[in-house]
Design a protein around this ligand. Structure first.
Ligand code: NAD
Length: 253
């Protein structure tokens, strides 16, 4: 088992990639904190993990709320004694809005979930990692975090910001035993389209024109969970402050 007895928090773990990561980490021996917005969805994931012989607890945590972030990390410490791994996975899209149709409240909502949430979660979890002299942070970015044409302006900016956060934390805390990396997934079969309401068709069209270059799209979330396992485990002990694209070659074109 690659994560035996490690304590892992996964945000947005009730669906899609977060769920796949939580399940794989538990299978590899981690004690997992399943954090998301909806109690019923959280309970389904937690009982699935328990039935499969794993260990998990759930916590309702909206990553845009500082008090929820505090409670999420406190829950990990209370239930399992510490935090070894933090996966900042919760994220929403932005209707593929071009800058001309971007509204302030949508911009702020996307930045709050995709960028400020991870910053606050790292800020809260880091002291526990520093105390142990080791810890791993995995941020789920996107191909939109390393290129300019794979999302709307807020999503693209938030994910580029998350790449910067990843590199800064990875570099600044390297000597303290903390690693911080990101995964940039290509198209993955999840429920994220539900976070869009009023799509900017011009923005969507630009995205579609470039989408054909991914070899296998969309893929099962497990294709990303295996990369998240690599980054959380000792197998990647010399990998820090970087982004791994898991996109079937999409961004290589
Ligand atoms: N699906 C893709 O093709 C794709 C590609 C690249 C990157 N991503 C990124 O992967 C991550 C996971 O997305 P997914 O595709 O699995 O989507 P998903 O919608 O299936 O899952 C996202 C989860 O995050 C939760 N969430 C949303 N806002 C939240 C908040 N404020 N606080 C806590 N939880 C919240 C949702 O309830 C949901 O359970 C996101 O960061 C997304 O940007 C997705």
């Amino acid at each position: 088992m690659k994560l035996y007895n490690k304590v892992a928090i996964v945000t947005g773990a009730a669906s899609g990639m977060g769920k796949a990561i939580a399940e794989l980490y538990a299978k590899e021996g981690a004690k997992v904190v399943v954090a998301d917005l909806n109690q019923n969805a959280i309970s389904t994931v937690v009982s699935g993990i328990s039935q499969a012989g794993g260990t998990a607890v759930g916590v309702v945590a909206n990553v845009t709320k500082e008090e929820d972030i505090q409670a999420m990390v406190d829950k990990a410490v209370e239930a399992f004694g510490s935090v070894d791994i933090l996966v900042n996975n919760a994220g929403i899209m932005d209707d593929f809005r071009l800058i001309g149709t971007m509204e302030d409240d949508l911009w702020e909502r996307v930045l709050a979930v995709n960028l400020t949430g991870p910053m606050r979660a790292i800020r809260k979890a880091l002291p526990f990692m520093l105390e142990k002299g080791e810890g791993v942070i995995v941020n789920i970015v996107s191909t939109a975090g390393i290129t300019g044409g794979k999302g709307g302006v807020a999503y693209t900016s938030s994910k580029h910001g998350l790449v910067g956060l990843t590199k800064n934390v990875g570099y600044m805390y390297a000597k303290s035993g903390i690693r911080c990396n990101a995964i940039a997934p290509g198209g993955v079969r999840t429920n994220i389209a539900h976070s869009m309401a009023n799509i900017d068709m011009a923005g969507m069209q630009v995205f579609r024109e470039g989408a054909g270059t991914q070899r296998k799209e969309p893929v099962d979330p497990v294709e990303i969970a295996t990369v998240a396992l690599f980054l959380a485990s000792e197998d990647s002990r010399f990998v820090n402050g970087t982004v791994i694209a898991a996109d079937g070659g999409w961004t290589a074109y």
